[in-house]
Design a protein around this ligand. Structure first.
Ligand code: FAD
Length: 289
């Protein structure tokens, strides 16, 4: 099923789409944990997205497609395959798209991909320059629903502190069916972008990316992705930094508050970064589906 159709159904019923994001674990045991978690969910997410080659660990050997196919086939949950272009030239993308199609995965999040630490964009001369070029080629290659990334606080490589609406528009014009946001901890930043995009004539659903803070180091890493930490969240982290269980609970509560607020404002969707933690997936699904 196309995720756009899920959006149409849910939004018609005045409901938001609630989805989860996972990444392919490095070990077989890690992959089994994912399947066991998915099998054990009493309430199913609207879809699960599976990341691809994130943070420079590029290569076709990763398990994105295998996981996306199995969750769809065996657990009857729709999936979305992330696909990055920086590590694949257009010919390789064509081959990958054929593989994805052959496994009946219909939804792709099309991304440029991060430049690995220590490298430069120029080190990848054969790759597409921007995600919109990948989006356009995916739409030509088959009947896929294509999502694109959007950044409530601007992209880290960009000098602007807000998302450049021209870049969003280019992705939309290239065929992006919906958007998924970078994680953020300040709802106002997302809501401002959401309004701005909708008022710019872009008629595609936008999902808000939410990641519960479970550890101090994790929150610090998020700054690297461009997400600012509101003072209240900093205080929570400092208060519980010596007590991992309390911080985990407070981090989940903060994420619940963010999601409650976003849902009450009628956002199109909420996309939850689970960090492959079964309790995050379980608690979120129990509360929101
Ligand atoms: P683009 O839209 O191409 O943007 C890249 C940079 O170029 C930005 O600074 C943008 O402002 C600028 N830009 C865009 N268009 C133009 C233009 N026409 N002219 C000039 N500048 C332009 N990474 C992974 O490796 N694997 C994943 O699975 C993954 N999943 C993600 C999921 C989500 C929801 C998000 C938000 C990000 C994810 N990323 C992932 C990270 C993503 O790959 C990086 O943020 C990457 O650096 C940018 O990807 P993009 O598709 O937004 O690129």
């Amino acid at each position: 099923m196309k995720i756009t159709d899920i959006y149409k159904e849910k939004n018609k019923a005045n409901k938001s789409v609630v989805s989860l994001e996972i990444f392919p674990p490095k070990t077989d045991a890690g992959i089994e944990t994912i399947y066991n978690t998915v099998a054990g969910l009493t309430r199913k997410p609207d879809f699960i997205s599976v990341t691809y080659g994130a943070m420079g660990s590029y290569g076709r050997e990763n398990k994105t497609l295998e996981i996306a196919e199995k969750i769809k086939k065996e657990y009857a949950i729709e999936t979305m395959h992330h696909l990055t272009s920086i590590n694949n030239n257009p010919e390789q993308i064509t081959e990958i798209l054929q593989e994805i199609k052959s496994k009946n995965v219909e939804n792709i999040l099309a991304l440029r991909g991060d430049v690995p630490v220590g490298a430069h964009r120029e080190d990848f001369p054969d790759a597409y320059h921007y995600a919109y070029e990948l989006i356009s080629d995916i739409k030509k290659a088959g009947d896929f629903d294509v999502a694109a990334a959007i950044y409530p606080e601007g992209h880290v490589d960009s000098p602007l502190e807000v998302e450049n609406i021209e870049h969003v528009k280019r992705k939309y014009d290239a065929g992006a069916n919906f958007f998924v946001s970078q994680l953020f901890f300040d709802n106002d930043k997302f809501l401002r972008l959401n309004d701005y995009v909708k008022n710019s004539g872009i008629k595609a659903p936008i999902a808000a990316g939410i990641m519960p803070v479970l550890q101090k180091s994790q929150a610090e890493r998020m700054i690297f992705f461009g997400a600012s930490l509101p003072t209240r969240l900093i205080k929570i982290i400092n208060k519980y930094k010596e007590s991992p269980d309390d911080l985990r609970k407070a981090g989940m509560d903060y994420a619940f508050e963010q999601i409650d607020d976003l849902l009450s404002r009628g956002v199109d969707g909420v996309h939850i970064y689970t960090m492959n933690k079964p309790f995050v997936a379980n608690q979120m699904m129990d509360k929101y589906l």
